[in-house]
Design a protein around this ligand. Structure first.
Ligand code: S3P
Length: 176
C-alpha cells in the first residue's frame, strides 16, 4: 500500500518521506519533483512563466498517477488538496497522512527562502495562519490520519504511521 504525505508547506513531508523510505526500504516519490521534471523548470519558474493555474494542472496530472504506484511513499505539495479531483485521487491511491504543523514552524522553516512562490517575501504569522486555516478542511477531507508534527520527532511519527497502517490494512481485509 502507498503512504501519501500531505500537509501545509514546510510541514516536513519531503524529509519524512525520505526518512520513511530509508526505514522501510521503499521508494519515495516527491510530486513537486515530478512536476519540475515534466516541466523542465523549477517551481518558482513555472509560477513566473506560465502561472499558478498551469502549475495546478500539472499537479493534478501527477496526482492522478499516484494510483499506479505500489508500496511507495509519496510526498505531495502543500496545495495538492485544493482541487476536489485531487483529494479523491489521493484517497484512492493509498493511506493518506496529514502532517499538521503550526504557523510558527512554517514561518521558522521558510523565512529567507525563495523556493515557495506563495510564501514569497516572508509572510507574517497572521498571513500564514489565514492561509493554513483556509486549507484545513481540505487536508481533513483528504486524509485518513492526522498527526500534529510539532509534538513528535521523526521516529515517533514513523511509528505512529506504521501502527496506524497495520490497523488500516486489517480493516480493509475485514471488509473483503
Ligand atoms: C505549494 C506548495 C509547494 C509547491 C508549490 C505550491 C502550495 O510544495 O507545490 O510551491 O500551494 O502549498 P511544498 O508543500 O513541498 O512546499
Amino acid at each position: 500500500m502507498n503512504i501519501i504525505l500531505i500537509g501545509f508547506m514546510a510541514s516536513g513531508k519531503s524529509s519524512l518521506g525520505r526518512y520513511m523510505a530509508t526505514r522501510t526500504k521503499r521508494e519515495v516519490i516527491d510530486l513537486d519533483h515530478e512536476i519540475e521534471q515534466r516541466a523542465q523548470m523549477t517551481i518558482p519558474k513555472i509560477f513566473e512563466t506560465v502561472g499558478e493555474k498551469a502549475f495546478r494542472d500539472l499537479e493534478s496530472y501527477v496526482t492522478k498517477l499516484c494510483k499506479n504506484y505500489h508500496n511507495t511513499i509519496i510526498a505531495t505539495g502543500g496545495g495538492c488538496v485544493l482541487r476536489a479531483e485531487n483529494r479523491k485521487a489521493l484517497k484512492e491511491a493509498g493511506l493518506v497522512v496529514w502532517l499538521n504543523t503550526s504557523p510558527e514552524n512554517v514561518q521558522k522553516f521558510t523565512a529567507k527562502r525563495s523556493n515557495r512562490p506563495l510564501l514569497k517575501g516572508d509572510k507574517s504569522l497572521e498571513e500564514i495562519s489565514t492561509m493554513m486555516k483556509s486549507r484545513e478542511r481540505f487536508y481533513q477531507e483528504s486524509s485518513h490520519l492526522k498527526i500534529d508534527v510539532y509534538e513528535h520527532n521523526l521516529e515517533e511519527i514513523f511509528n505512529i504511521i506504521q501502527n496506524y497502517k497495520d490497523q488500516f490494512l486489517a480493516q480493509e481485509y475485514a471488509k473483503e
